[in-house]
Design a protein around this ligand. Structure first.
Ligand SMILES: Cc1cc2nc3c(=O)[nH]c(=O)nc-3n(C[C@H](O)[C@H](O)[C@H](O)COP(=O)(O)OP(=O)(O)OC[C@H]3O[C@@H](n4cnc5c(N)ncnc54)[C@H](O)[C@@H]3O)c2cc1C
Length: 465
C-alpha cells in the first residue's frame, strides 16, 4: 500500500455512490489513504440476514482483480474461500469431455462468491478503515452545478438533498450519477443489448457435499448459438448460467412449460440434467437477465464527479472481466493519487479517464469476441489444436508471444495493447494453421520458418509498450 500523501486535505470528504464490488473496494483504498469516505447505497446492508444476494452468485476473479485486492491487503482472505479453476472442461452433446488449460501450470482463475466478497470488502471498509456507509439510500439525481445529490430513503420513502464536494459514481451499469451527466452538453453514450439473456440455475452438490463435476474447472456446454457454463461453489454445488436467445426456435420464448424445458435440456445438455433436480422450477422462478455493453464519455464532470466500474464501462460477462476491470480502476486511481497527490483531483480525474477509456473499450470488444469463442469455437477440434500450438509458440518464444487469454487474464498488460497483440497473433495463426494437422506438425521446418518470418521482433514489441 502506498504512503499517504502529505497534501491530503483532511477536511474534504469523498462521497462514493454505490457499495457494490467496486464502490466498497474503492472506499477501502481511499480511506486507507486517509480520506474521509461516505458511501450511499440503494440496497439494504447485505450483511444482515435475509438480504438477497443480487445477481450472479459466483464470479471469476483473475490477476487484475487479485492485484487490486493485494493493494489493500485482502487477497489472502479471499483466496482462502476461492476455488481455483485451472482450465475449461467442454461437455459435448453426448456428454464427452475435453479439457483445455487456461494458462501454464500453476495459473488459474478463481471462482469466488459475489456476496462474500462484497460483505468482506464492506466489513473492512467500515470496521477497519472508518468508512461511513448509509444503506437504503437511492440516488435519484444530482444537481451538478449546486453539487448536491437527491436521495430517496427506500425504507421510509423520505427524500433529502445532500451536498457533496467530490463524488465517485460506482452505482453500476444503470448508474443514476451517469444518467445526470448524460444530460450535459456533448455527452457520448451508447448501450448495446445482445439478443441473448441469461438464466441462473443450480447443479446440486452430491449427497455428501462433494462436487458432481470436476471442481477445479469452469465447465462449458457450447452449442453453437448458445451455451451454458458452470462455476464451482464451496458447498459442492455449481452455479450454472444459460446464455440463450430471447427469441427464435431455441430460445427463452420457445420454452413455455416445464415439459418444454425438460425436453430441451434433456436433448442438448443430457449429462447436466440429472445433476439439476430443480431445473424446471428454477427456470421459471429465476429472472432472465439482459446482457449489455455500455460506453460513455467523459467519465468526469468538471473536477467534482468521476465514474468508475460498470457505471463507466459495463461489458458482457464472457471474458469474466467486468469486476476485474472495475477493480483495476481502483488500482489505477490509487496509482494516480500516488503520482499527483491526494489533493490533485483535477489531474487525477483527467488522467484516469484518458488512460482508462481506450482500455475498457478494448475490453468491451474482447468480451464480445469471447462470446463467439465460448459458445461455438471451443467445440471445434481445429480450434483446440490451434490453442495447443499457441501454447507451444509461447513456450518456445517467451516474451515474444503470449496467448490473448493469458494477456487478458494473467497479466496487467493494458487491455488495448493485449487486444492489438491478440489480433496480430490471430493473423499469424491463420497463416500457420493450414500447414498443421497434428501437434507434431509444429516441429516441421517449413512451419517453423513461416512462424519466425512473422513473429514480431523483441525491438518491435518493446517499442509498442
Ligand atoms: C451474469 C454475470 C456474470 C458475471 N461474471 C463475472 C465474472 O466472472 N468476472 C468478472 O470480473 N465480472 C463478472 N461480471 C461483471 C460484474 O458483475 C460487474 O462488472 C461488477 O459487479 C461491477 O461492479 P460495480 O461495483 O461497478 O457495479 P455493481 O456490482 O452493479 O454495484 C453497483 C452498486 O450500486 C448500487 N446502486 C445502483 N444504483 C444506485 C443508486 N441509484 N443509488 C445508490 N446506489 C445504487 C447497487 O445496489 C450496487 O450495490 C458478471 C456479470 C454478470 C451479469
Amino acid at each position: 500500500m502506498s504512503s499517504i500523501n502529505s497534501q491530503l486535505p483532511s477536511a474534504e470528504p469523498v462521497t462514493v455512490m454505490g457499495a457494490g464490488l467496486v464502490g466498497s473496494l474503492l472506499s477501502l483504498y481511499l480511506a486507507r489513504r486517509g480520506h474521509r469516505v461516505q458511501i450511499f447505497e440503494r440496497r439494504a446492508d447485505p450483511r444482515r440476514a435475509g438480504v438477497a444476494e443480487g445477481r450472479s452468485i459466483n464470479l471469476a476473479l483473475s490477476d487484475r482483480g487479485w492485484r487490486a485486492l493485494e493493494g489493500v491487503g485482502v487477497a489472502d482472505d479471499i483466496r482462502r474461500v476461492g476455488i481455483p479453476m485451472t482450465g475449461r472442461i467442454m461437455h459435448d452433446a453426448q456428454g464427452s469431455l475435453t479439457y483445455q488449460p487456461y494458462g501454464q501450470a500453476g495459473q488459474a482463475i478463481y471462482s469466488v462468491n459475489r456476496g462474500h466478497l462484497n460483505r468482506c470488502l464492506l466489513d473492512l471498509a467500515e470496521a477497519q478503515a472508518g468508512v461511513q456507509v448509509s444503506f437504503n439510500q437511492q440516488c435519484l439525481a444530482l444537481d451538478l452545478r449546486q453539487q448536491t445529490m437527491h436521495l430517496l430513503d427506500t425504507a421510509t420513502q423520505q427524500e433529502q438533498t445532500v451536498p457533496y464536494t467530490r463524488l465517485l459514481g460506482t452505482d453500476g451499469a444503470f448508474s443514476a450519477v451517469r444518467s445526470t451527466m448524460q444530460r450535459t452538453d456533448r455527452y457520448d453514450y451508447s448501450q448495446d443489448f445482445l439478443d441473448y439473456g441469461y438464466k441462473e440455475l443450480t447443479i446440486e452438490a452430491g449427497p455428501d457435499g462433494t462436487w458432481a463435476l470436476e471442481k477445479n474447472a469452469l465447465h462449458i456446454w457450447p452449442r453453437g448459438q448458445y451455451l451454458m457454463i458452470a462455476l464451482p461453489n464451496l458447498d459442492g454445488s455449481f452455479n450454472a448460467t444459460l446464455f440463450f436467445p430471447y427469441e427464435g426456435p431455441e430460445s427463452f420464448a420457445a420454452l413455455r412449460s416445464p415439459d418444454d424445458v425438460m425436453a430441451f435440456f434433456g436433448r442438448v445438455f443430457p449429462d447436466a440434467v440429472p445433476l439439476m433436480p430443480r431445473l424446471s422450477e428454477e427456470f421459471f422462478a429465476h429472472p432472465t437477465g439482459s446482457l449489455v455493453t455500455i460506453r460513455c464519455y467523459p467519465w468526469k464532470f468538471d473536477d467534482e464527479v468521476l465514474l468508475l466500474g460498470d457505471a463507466s464501462h459495463a461489458i458482457v460477462p464472457f471474458y469474466g472481466q467486468g469486476m476485474n476491470a472495475g477493480f483495476e480502476d481502483c488500482t489505477v486511481l490509487n496509482q494516480l493519487l500516488d503520482k499527483h497527490g491526494d489533493a490533485a483531483w483535477p489531474a487525477v480525474f483527467a488522467e484516469f479517464q484518458a488512460s482508462r477509456k481506450p482500455n475498457t473499450d478494448a475490453m468491451a470488444d474482447l468480451a464480445i469476441y469471447n462470446f463467439v469463442e465460448m459458445r461455438d469455437r471451443v467445440a471445434d477440434p481445429r480450434f483446440l489444436l490451434q490453442k495447443k500450438i499457441e501454447a507451444r509458440i509461447a513456450s518456445q518464444f517467451p516474451g515474444r508471444w503470449m496467448p490473448l487469454y493469458s494477456q487478458v487474464t494473467f497479466s496487467d498488460t493494458p487491455y488495448a495493447q493485449a487486444w492489438a497483440a491478440g489480433q496480430r497473433q490471430d493473423i499469424i495463426m491463420a497463416s500457420l494453421m493450414p500447414h498443421i494437422q497434428t501437434e507434431a506438425d509444429f516441429e516441421r521446418p517449413d512451419v517453423q520458418t513461416l512462424l519466425q518470418q512473422q513473429l514480431p521482433t523483441p525491438e518491435t514489441l518493446s517499442a509498442e509498450r
